[in-house]
Design a protein around this ligand. Structure first.
Ligand code: FDA
Length: 491
């Protein structure tokens, strides 16, 4: 087996990994990043759109795995979108250099300060709202759609209808910032540049327009000359050595998932940024396989960020519905968070099916009052998730309240077309928690019971943050790595 020594290793190239890599590289440290997915930019393979799913559509599957309309067969390839299926919930994640930023809708939402304080009582909220959130907005290139463009553009009929209907039902709406470049979008509308958001590109990757991490944090980190990214390198397990260094078993694969090389990596410092589910799998599996010590808090306080999908059919069918042409980039949301009985936020989501289906899709984000727990089953060699209908009961009640109120004011029915009985309680895009900041780690993400192991990704957030999470994940990673570097952890 090839043996590679690297002083600092980062596992995963999503938000947490990209932030850690940039700040360490800027501090003059050499960083090696291991990513199980493909480096799409380097490969030159284009991303496919939702109407013609191709190579990028799914992680080694024979059929597409979008939340609905999976009628397309595929040749297995290391695609960008993966789904982990549990008994009561399916969790979608991004794979590839850039992690979730390749497949997500780009919604860049700062959490409500009151909720942030409730979830992270020990963090200095003022510092986050004055320093880290603005920093993250700048680095991620967050911007907002022009109101006039939104008003005129046929691709945003679904947003205009969604907002109009919400107002009629007495709900408050908000404009949602995004990392998709809206100046580019205005040009693509005029056909001055190739189309991406208007060409049903998003959950299998965007060829243009979207400022995913490969265009922001990772690009900057590579420009320092201190970062090496090894794609198609999947970490199987981690072993703690007597001298407190780590040894990793790593499989390098080809794009059909076949192992081409077994490698061993040794490192002094290890940063886990494999995403909530990836990091938990590595910690829990390594505990079972190599006796990696893990703290009793690992796996606890897991949540789906209150994700609950629902939809309505027969939305304005006689006046153009939600539109045959739809941008894939959401820009509208309904903010019902301050309602004591039914607190939720919902994205007015696109459904770009290439025809007018007069259907409105919503991804609700609710509080998570009952948390779940992740563990590892040594027999099946898979993660177990303690999560069932009792965890989503209140979310379902909120969705029911929302749909009924919308239908009463505007007409329409609960969408049986999209989901069994109209509710997608099992759709999760935002797995969070399991390695909570200050519980399973110290105040800056250093894992309890370890000297040289850190977690910097969504698993630090205790299951809920009330809005789409990547802005918070990025800000927390900035805060943690700044303090870890200041404390000479990587000296
Ligand atoms: P992230 O998941 O981004 O990265 C982890 C990386 O580690 C992945 O690239 C993975 O391949 C790699 N990895 C895992 N295990 C590994 C191993 N063993 N070895 C090597 N590499 C490994 N959020 C938001 O704020 N706004 C939005 O609009 C959306 N929309 C959205 C849509 C869809 C379809 C999804 C699936 C998700 C979203 N999200 C979102 C959620 C958001 O993308 C998500 O919260 C972040 O990407 C999580 O960031 P992390 O840094 O935690 O890990």
């Amino acid at each position: 087996k090839e043996v590679i020594d690297a002083p600092i290793l980062v596992i995963g190239s999503g938000y947490g990994g990209a932030v850690s890599a940039l700040r360490l590289c800027e501090a003059g440290k050499k960083v090696v990043m291991l990513e199980m997915g493909l480096n799409w930019e380097k490969s030159g393979i284009p991303f496919s759109n939702m109407l013609k799913p191709g190579k990028s559509a799914a992680w080694l599957k024979k059929k597409t795995i979008a939340p609905f309309m999976n009628i397309f067969s595929l040749t297995p390839f290391t695609g960008t979108l993966d789904r982990m299926d549990f008994e009561h919930i399916n969790i979608w994640v991004g794979r590839g250099v850039g992690g979730g930023s390749l497949v997500n809708g780009g919604m860049a939402v700062t959490p409500k300060e009151s909720y942030f304080k409730e979830i992270f009582p020990d963090l200095d909220a003022e510092k986050f709202y004055n320093t880290y959130f603005p920093l993250v907005h700048k680095e991620l290139k967050v911007n907002v759609i022009g109101e006039q463009f939104l008003k005129d553009c046929p691709y945003y009929q679904f947003t205009r209808v969604g907002e109009e209907e919400a107002h009629k039902a007495g709900f408050k709406t908000i404009r949602v910032p995004n990392v998709y470049d809206f100046q580019y979008m205005e040009k693509e509308y005029k056909n001055e540049v190739p189309r991406s958001a208007f060409n049903t590109e998003v959950i299998y990757g965007n060829n243009h327009g979207k400022n995913s991490l490969d265009k922001t944090y990772l690009k900057k980190a590579l420009e320092t000359g201190n970062l090496e990214i090894l794609d198609l390198h999947c970490v199987e397990n981690i072993k703690l050595n007597d001298d407190k260094t780590y040894t990793l078993n790593v499989q390098q694969t080809d794009t059909s998932g076949v192992v081409v090389s077994d490698k061993i990596f040794n490192c002094k410092k290890l940063i886990l940024a494999a995403g909530t589910m990836g990091t938990l799998k590595l910690l829990l599996q390594s505990h079972a396989v190599t006796s990696l010590p893990i703290h009793e808090q690992i796996g606890k306080n897991w949540g789906n960020n209150g994700n609950f999908m629902t939809g309505r059919n027969w939305v304005k069918p006689l006046s153009g519905g939600t539109g045959a042409k739809q941008s894939t980039i959401p820009v509208g949301g309904i903010d019902n968070w301050d309602d004591k009985e039914h607190p939720f936020f919902t994205e007015i989501a696109p459904l770009p099916m290439g025809m007018d289906v007069a259907t409105a899709l919503y991804l609700l984000i609710n509080r998570v009052d009952k948390k779940g727990e992740v563990s590892y089953d040594v027999n099946t060699k898979k993660l177990n998730l303690d999560w069932d209908q009792s965890n989503t009961a209140k979310m379902r009640e909120n969705a029911d309240y929302f749909i009924k109120k919308m239908n009463r004011a505007n007409g329409g029915t609960r969408s049986h077309f999209l989901f069994n009985n109209g509710f997608g309680a099992d759709v999760c895009y935002h797995p969070l928690g399991g390695c909570v900041l200050g519980k399973a780690t110290n105040a800056y993400g250093k894992v309890n019971d370890h000297d040289n192991l850190y977690v910097l990704d969504g698993s630090l957030i205790p299951g809920t943050i009330g809005v789409n999470p990547f802005v918070t994940i990025t800000a927390i990673a900035e805060y943690c790595i700044e303090n870890l570097i200041r404390q000479n952890e990587f000296a």
